[in-house]
Design a protein around this ligand. Sequence first.
Ligand SMILES: [Zn+2]
Length: 199
Amino acid sequence: MLKYPADLLKLMGLFKKLPSVGGKTAERFAFQLLNWSEDQLKEFSYHLAVLKEKIKSCPECFCIMQEETCPFCQDTQRDKSLLCVIASPKDAYALEETHTFQGLYHVLGGLLSPLEKKHPEQLHLEALKKRLSILSVKEVIIALDSTLEGDATALYLKELLTSQGITASRLAFGLPIGSSLEYVDGGTLARALSGRQTF
Ligand SMILES: [Zn+2]
């Protein structure tokens, strides 16, 4: 059986590491790149090469930022007494689209999951505790997936917050159990945000 050239195979292997890219798609991507001009390929590889250098994680909220400027922490218009806890930096973008949230974010970097061995010390919880006192936070909105892991993490946070006298509320999902924030449309998310409930 004829095999693809080694460097093309290597590229396919890399594409397959991306979410929802299987073998057939990886092949299509790799062959497509062969049709690109030298300039287009250079541009593509440049952005890959500088990705980690240009896109950084904010040391305060762990959202992503272009070089040193956090779009949230460095915005003086935002309400620092209101914090929204999210699992991944991507979630902030979904919530921003609703135009209903004016506070700051805190990215946990995952959800608690005993099965996948994700424990509290692996999340950005120590940083959260520090921010709660530094920013004099009054309310924390927990915006986590409506899954087992999301629920477990929300419960953990609730205990941490109420022990410090901070109001904890959770998005009022009008959604089936198991839904991920990533796939919720803007309208539903805006309703979930305004209808959040203290728990
Ligand atoms: Zn930040």
